[in-house]
Design a protein around this ligand. Structure first.
Ligand code: COA
Length: 179
């Protein structure tokens, strides 16, 4: 399923601005994804160069242009840097969105992603007319399970050895929330 936009839908709340991730933010994206604690559960290694951050931004931009996904940059009010990213990695058929998010480690455990998930979930249901939002989490990624559960996502099942990366099979928990 594709969702096409005529402009990037920036979202503003009391605490955040959720904005388009342009190449101007390459250093901020690099700072997030060059940290091993951020990428430890990911199917990619930590970035070693800003060129990798540029490629990721270009991927976000392509998905948005093609209508296959959307990723916002998280900025705190009164600050200009992107400290995290959140959005839909893909839109599946039957109005299903796949949620993904990450945060610069300097900002962990301040409730930022819990709040960002709340905003994006509401936007997904009310504005994009999604019917279901899914997220997949590695069982060891406790913080990621907590932020979903705090937002009403339900643990739907365990997908045993569903993923394979970094030379290992990985079990994934499937979370979902329906409209
Ligand atoms: C997962 C992640 C996005 C969470 O972002 P965050 O803004 O720090 O999350 P929040 O502060 O909103 O909530 C985190 C919760 O987990 C809890 N927590 C964190 N680490 C924990 C741990 N090891 N054990 C138990 N609880 C833990 C925090 O106390 C907090 O709960 P609380 O609000 O009830 O106190 C962030 O850790 C991150 O970027 N991780 C790396 C990327 C990633 O894993 N992305 C998700 C892939 S599925």
């Amino acid at each position: 399923m594709n969702i096409l936009f005529d402009h990037f839908p920036a979202l503003y709340t009391e605490r955040f601005a959720l904005i388009e991730i342009t190449t101007d933010y390459v250093t901020d994206i690099y700072n997030i994804f060059s940290n091993d604690n951020v990428t430890q559960f990911y199917d990619c290694d930590s970035f070693k160069s800003k060129n990798e951050a540029l490629k990721l931004i270009e991927l976000f931009q392509k998905r948005f242009k093609d209508g296959t996904g959307i990723r916002w940059g998280i900025t705190l009010k009164n600050d200009t840097k992107i400290i995290g990213t959140i959005g839909f990695n893909s839109f599946q058929s039957d109005m299903v969105g796949r949620l993904g998010y990450d945060l610069n480690e300097n900002y962990w455990n301040q409730g930022i992603i819990s709040e960002a998930i709340r905003i994006i979930t509401e936007y997904g249901f009310r504005t994009l007319n999604l019917h279901r939002i899914e997220a997949k989490v590695i069982p060891e990624n406790i913080a990621s399970s907590i932020v979903l559960e705090k937002n009403g996502y339900i643990k739907e099942g365990i997908m045993r050895d569903k993923g394979f990366w970094k030379n290992q099979h990985h079990t994934l928990i499937l979370y979902s929330r329906n409209y």
